[in-house]
Design a protein around this ligand. Structure first.
Ligand code: ZN
Length: 169
């Protein structure tokens, strides 16, 4: 065999390897975007639970819900919220190091956290309560009282009433 045909065979081999490995590369990209999708779904779920909790609190202050069902509903939501937060944490800890070892380690950590809460670790319930308090503060901060003309609720940033157009001081 002369040197020319050896190079030819090598060249064909390289092309074959590239062709064969292509689906694997593509599949990996699909997996990554799937994970991103899952992550944004988790974030949406967290927001959904936070909204539901706020609504529940609001309904309770209005006296729409009896106290015992309020307590059970709230505990149920907090539990789901805590689980979502834990999954989000898991995703974020994976983001830095995507190796299988790190993933396993993260999974083991989460199992361990489930069976015995680590002392000093932030309580997911507290984290949820803090998020709710934050939102409430943000909403109160933006509120600018009511329109003197029509009584519509206005935001501090409004220069005119969004309902009747009355100029606001
Ligand atoms: Zn008005």
């Amino acid at each position: 065999m002369d040197i020319g045909s050896i190079f030819l065979i090598l060249g064909i081999l390289v092309l074959v390897v590239l062709y064969v490995s292509q689906p694997f590369v593509q599949r990996k990209a699909t997996v990554v975007s799937l994970e991103e999708h899952e992550f944004s779904a988790l974030l949406a779920e967290r927001d959904r639970i936070l909204n539901a909790l706020q609504e529940l609190d609001f309904d309770f202050t209005l006296g729409k819900i009896p106290e015992d069902s309020y307590a059970t509903q709230r505990a149920d939501m907090l539990q789901r919220g805590a689980e979502t937060l834990r999954q989000i944490d898991l995703f974020q800890s994976e983001a830095g190091d995507g190796s299988v070892g790190a993933r396993l380690e993260a999974a083991i950590q989460s199992r361990r956290a489930e069976s015995q809460p680590v002392e000093g670790a932030p309580d997911p319930d507290d984290e949820l309560e803090a998020l709710i308090a934050n939102r409430r503060r943000a909403r109160n901060g933006k509120s600018g009282g009511f329109c003197s003309q029509c009584g519509n609720a206005i935001q501090r940033s409004d220069r005119f009433c969004p309902k009747c157009g009355h100029p606001l001081a």
